[in-house]
Design a binder for this molecule. Sequence first.
Ligand code: NAG
Ligand code: NAG
Ligand code: NAG
Length: 313
Amino acid sequence: MPSFSLLMLLIPTLGLLLLLGTVTAAGGAFDGNFYKNFEIVWGDGRARVLNHGKVLTLSLDQDSGSSIRSKNEYLFGRFDMQIKLVPGNSAGTVTSFYLSSLGSNHDEVDFEFLGNLSGDPYTLHTNIFSNGGGGREQQFQLWFDPTADFHTYSIIWTPNSIILSVDETPIREFRNLEKGGVPYANSQPMRLYASLWNAEYWATRGGAVRTNWTYAPFTASYRKFEVDACVWSSGKSSCKSNSTSFGSTSSDGDGAGDFLYTEESDFFVQESIKWVQTHYMIYNYCTDWKKYPQGIPYECFVAQSRYNGVVNS
Ligand SMILES: *[C@@H]1O[C@H](CO)[C@@H](O)[C@H](O)[C@H]1NC(C)=O
Ligand SMILES: *[C@@H]1O[C@H](CO)[C@@H](O)[C@H](O)[C@H]1NC(C)=O
Ligand SMILES: *[C@@H]1O[C@H](CO)[C@@H](O)[C@H](O)[C@H]1NC(C)=O
């Protein structure tokens, strides 16, 4: 069951309870085991699996951070992870959860949590790369203390769109606009990664506040990752259905695709994004006129028109 999000408490008039039924995580989903489904990329003993594979802790000290990645590669799916961030003074640290393919033309979808001094808010930094091109940063503050408890961070990746959500509340969407000349992540399989690393030269107040190693080791915890996705192996997808049928039906019996937000819940996605962007967004590349003096990227115009209710997919 998806948990209640603050959004639903704040704007019940939207009838979101009805729409909740369209957001499912059933079908081919499984509750992951960190032993079975992941491997350590770096950091050796700093990545620790506990409770028979149910919990992962990543830590960072002055010598190294740590990182793990999924053994499987995926092409489309829903990926949920519960994370409890480094508490107290976490300035200079970055805790991440992301999908990425390999190579210079890689695709990538990022959740990066930029630490802060005790009592100062974390920044949720998101980015989306397609065909090697990134620079699509959007930053948010959260409507809760992400160090006090576990919260669910999700990537919902279909042939039509990539949605990032926090506790079932969509915070951003990147549509497939290949027809408009914007590359989209739909041909390279990606792995799921989690990492904790030192980024003191830019993470906190742009690098003005450095990591205070007195507080090391810094530790973040992960649990309950759920994957409902198409596994890519030897050039083949585990999903029977072809990508074009994704996104319109919730279940075609192939065990994947049940993770999708259906077309009719696009209203929910847009309203949610509007709420988050109005109240919690602190940076948006789409409004960074210094970065794009010649005009903002095409996907920003489309996102803006959807945001304004002029649906134009
Ligand atoms: C840290 O806190 C300061 C002061 O509230 C804030 O300006 C900044 O955005 C916060 N986040 C980071 C990552 O610096
Ligand atoms: C690091 O934290 C310790 C303990 O609170 C403090 O005494 C020290 O001044 C801090 N170092 C820096 C560089 O802020
Ligand atoms: C889906 O269909 C397209 C167009 O017919 C085809 O090019 C593609 O290889 C198919 N993908 C899969 C995973 O079967």
